[in-house]
Ligand binder design. Structure first.
Ligand SMILES: C[S@@+](CC[C@H](N)C(=O)[O-])C[C@H]1O[C@@H](n2cnc3c(N)ncnc32)[C@H](O)[C@@H]1O
Length: 214
């Protein structure tokens, strides 16, 4: 198939050599952009001062910053991601920094969010604790679920008639990303100080969003 012969080897080379370009391709896929929109619609709603942790090349930060009255800071520890985010047109601001130890002041944001970072950092509890410290309202993270396997991802791609690029992106996501299940997420949120985290499902359950209010 086209994606096995050409697209996946190209994406793998981006992963090794230019991760910011890889996540630019990921974010351009309609299924992924739609996922970020759905999650933001459900979690950000009326919040206006937003921090995005692990913003990568910044698509979500810029999308949120285009909402009326919203101001968004995107933070990522990789300078190449922040350079790519700043090159995109949009109103979000960006900074290089460690999301588990930002140095920003307590309760500075209405809402602190992060997509595909909770499953990446070495200490997820430290990440949620820092997000809780920085938020005076909501904290929400989006992560691939343990239900996402090569088989369930391929079924999803077929059911939703994804194009070759989206199929390749989803297939790589399913094989390369670290996954977390609902129980693990609830333990992480409880340990970080949240009594009642809420779990939402996306992409037919392949992805979960976990949110809590202060
Ligand atoms: C899998 S990418 C996700 C990017 C983007 N949020 C998305 O949905 O495509 C994970 C991002 O988290 C960033 N990251 C990982 N650990 C981090 C940390 N401790 N502090 C800040 N950013 C971090 C990486 O540089 C990368 O841009």
């Amino acid at each position: 198939m086209l994606e096995d012969l050409y697209i996946k080897p190209y994406l793998l080379s981006l992963m090794a050599l230019r991760p910011s370009a890889l996540f630019g391709v990921v974010m351009a896929q309609p299924f992924y952009a739609g996922l970020l929109h759905d999650w933001a619609d459900r979690t950000v709603d009326t919040h206006t001062e937003i921090l995005e942790l692990g913003c990568g090349p910044g698509l979500l930060s810029h999308t949120l910053a285009a909402r009326p009255g919203c101001s968004v800071l995107g933070l990522d520890r990789a300078p190449s991601m922040i350079q790519a985010a700043r090159r995109r047109p949009g109103a979000a601001q960006f900074a290089v920094g460690d999301a588990t130890e930002t140095g920003l002041s307590d309760g500075r944001f209405d809402c602190v969010v992060g997509a595909s970072i909770l499953n990446v950092v070495a200490d997820p509890v430290a990440l949620v604790r820092e997000a809780r410290r920085l938020s005076r309202g909501r904290v929400s993270f989006l992560v691939p679920s343990r239900r996402m396997t090569a088989v369930t991802a391929a079924r999803f791609a077929e059911r939703h008639r994804l194009g070759a690029w989206s199929r390749a992106v989803l297939s790589m996501w399913s094989t390369h990303a670290r996954k977390l299940d609902e129980g693990e997420l609830e333990v992480i949120f409880h340990t970080a100080g949240f009594a009642a985290p809420r779990v939402d499902h996306y992409l037919d359950g392949l992805v979960v969003g976990v949110s809590a209010d202060r």
